[in-house]
Design a binder for this molecule. Structure first.
Ligand SMILES: [Fe+2]
Length: 148
């Protein structure tokens, strides 16, 4: 295995961990959001966690296609995310702010992982990461518009 390949596989594992963490965060907010914006945010968070649940499968199975094991325990995924869980926010505004922060962090991670995939001449992974980045940037627009 070349250095480039090892590097972009490790980056892909971090994408998986951070996506898992944000999936759990978003699903928890879907359950617990309260206030005048309840229905809108409950549905928005629902759409978001469903997207990330699907994405987890795509990223994990891409790792398998690259010939490595997919991290498959909560402990391993949260260790890869390298971002400890926080207490459940009380207010809907706090939830939106925290999601904006998490999506911004994950988008930065995706940009780095994309570059690593390009360096490894892995166009399939680079394409998948571009799709993920497109979705997270659209989600950031929606969250920022919700909090404006
Ligand atoms: Fe639900």
């Amino acid at each position: 295995m070349t250095a480039e390949k090892r590097s972009h596989i490790e980056s892909l594992k971090v994408v998986l961990g951070k996506t898992f963490r944000l999936y759990v965060q978003t699903h928890g907010y879907h359950w617990n959001v309260q206030g005048p914006q309840f229905l809108k945010l409950h549905e928005l968070f629902g759409d978001q966690y469903a997207n990330m649940w699907e994405a987890l499968d795509d990223v994990a199975e891409r790792l398998r296609a690259l010939g490595v094991a997919a991290p498959g325990t909560v402990t391993e995924l949260m260790s890869l995310a390298d971002d400890p869980e926080e207490e459940m926010p009380i207010s809907a505004d706090d939830m939106v702010a925290k999601l904006i922060h998490s999506h911004t962090t994950l988008a930065e991670c995706l940009r780095g992982a994309f570059q690593d995939a390009e360096d490894a001449v892995d166009d399939v992974t680079a394409g998948m990461l571009t799709d993920r980045l497109t979705w997270h940037e659209k989600t950031l627009w929606m969250l920022r518009s919700s909090s404006a």
